[in-house]
Design a protein around this ligand. Structure first.
Ligand SMILES: Cc1ncc(COP(=O)(O)O)c(C=O)c1O
Length: 383
């Protein structure tokens, strides 16, 4: 049994300068942006400390161990055989996504997104001058799933790509192999490309499993590209490194044609930290997942006790909870009231699309004490 990772104490977290801890005044508990509240994995801290000590702060060299390090990680965690020659780095996941859209869709063309979804999936089209077409997720007793029928309709009506979120932010859904294979079949039939954002992949909960899109079927290899990073699991967003993975000559050519400048923008610290994470981070990651699984259960209990009426189905992966607060009668934007009156910062559901009216996203990538205090504060608003 792995011991769950401890979070840093509140007074230490308040000294951080990143978005999560530097946006709101100190009386607000921040459970919004997707950063986590743990000390770095020791191999990453050691690697970065050594780089700082010797002033190793220049550019990324043409060849690093990063692709091989990721291939080893993908094999150990998902049985995915990645060819390191088909891995290309960039500055972050959303830059990778933006460049892939640019490479596969002309200005004005349509790209499917599946709301409720990570807000930049709506905004990234400003960069590529493409148009987002929303095919909302379906929701039933089993949870959330892709609406394959309407995705196929969107392709038939001219959408040239889909921006998949797997595991899905905010619901935490890890799409099944069958669903992904069917999506690949549909995309292949209509000549569409699947851009699969897999940033939350290392964070599957015990009992759940993540399927890399490119392993779903031979068609998936032909139509898909995966965007990966160590940044979400290991809390490295500020170090600016992500990578694109392909598994067929056709898709590799598309990625190879992306300008060299895009790769050049990769951060050296991100490469160094990514190598340390992928090669030496497994034990830390196990402890993190144990903490997240424990927090997920705690959140279910806390909501039941303090915010009855909140509807929350724990997701398969990640540290984000998609909570339906509609039954509380707090209107379409409950996160605003929660910020103003409970002094807890959540992400408003409407940021994820119209399907998010009355919802809020809670980040439980923290310690149980902070999570408990936050939900108790929200509970005091319940009449
Ligand atoms: C699904 C998803 N994609 C992309 C990102 C952002 O990644 P990056 O900072 O590497 O662009 C996030 C951040 O939370 C995310 O949840």
């Amino acid at each position: 049994m792995t011991t769950p990772l401890d979070a840093l104490p509140l007074d230490t977290l308040r000294r951080r300068s990143s978005t999560k801890w530097a946006t709101h005044p100190h009386d607000v508990l921040p459970l919004f942006v997707a950063e986590t509240d743990f000390a770095l994995a020791e191999p990453i801290e050691r690697t970065l400390a050594e780089a700082l000590r010797i002033g190793d702060t220049g550019y990324v060299p043409p060849k690093t161990r990063y692709p091989e390090a990721f291939a080893g990680f993908a094999d150990r965690h998902w049985g995915w055989q990645v060819d390191p020659a088909r891995v290309r780095t960039t500055c972050d996941v959303m830059m990778g996504v933006a460049e892939l859209i640019r490479a596969t869709a002309q200005p004005g063309e349509k790209v499917v997104i599946t709301s409720p979804v990570y807000p930049p999936f709506f905004d990234v089209h400003d960069e590529s001058r493409t148009q987002a077409v929303d095919v909302p997720l379906l929701r039933d007793k089993e949870g959330w799933s892709l609406d394959l029928e309407n995705i196929e309709r969107a392709f038939a009506e001219g959408a040239v790509a889909i921006l998949l979120c797997n595991p899905h932010n905010p619901t935490g859904t890890a799409h099944s192999r069958e669903t992904l294979a069917e999506l690949a079949r549909i995309a292949d039939r209509h000549g569409a490309v699947v851009i699969s954002d897999e940033i939350h992949a290392p964070l599957a909960m015990p009992g759940a499993s993540f399927t890399p899109f490119l392993t779903a079927s031979s068609e998936a290899e032909q139509v898909g590209v995966s965007v990966q990073s160590a940044s979400k699991a290991f809390n490295l967003a500020g170090l600016k490194c992500a990578h694109l993975v392909t598994a067929s000559d056709r898709m590799t050519r598309i990625v190879q044609d992306i300008p060299m400048e895009v790769e050049w923008r990769t951060g050296l610290f991100g490469i160094q930290a990514g190598i340390a994470a992928f090669e030496e981070g497994d034990a830390w990651l196990d402890a993190l997942v144990a903490r997240l699984a424990s927090n997920q259960t705690l959140l279910v209990d806390l909501l039941a006790e303090h915010v009855p009426g909140a509807v929350y189905e724990p997701g398969d992966a990640g540290f984000l909870a998609w909570v339906d607060l509609n039954l509380l009668g707090w209107g379409d934007a409950p996160a605003q009231r929660i910020l103003d009156e409970a002094r807890v910062a959540l992400v408003p559901g409407l940021s994820f699309g119209q399907a998010g009216a009355g919802f809020a996203r809670i980040n439980y990538g923290t310690g149980p004490e902070i999570l408990t205090e936050a939900i108790e504060r929200i509970g005091r608003l319940v009449g």
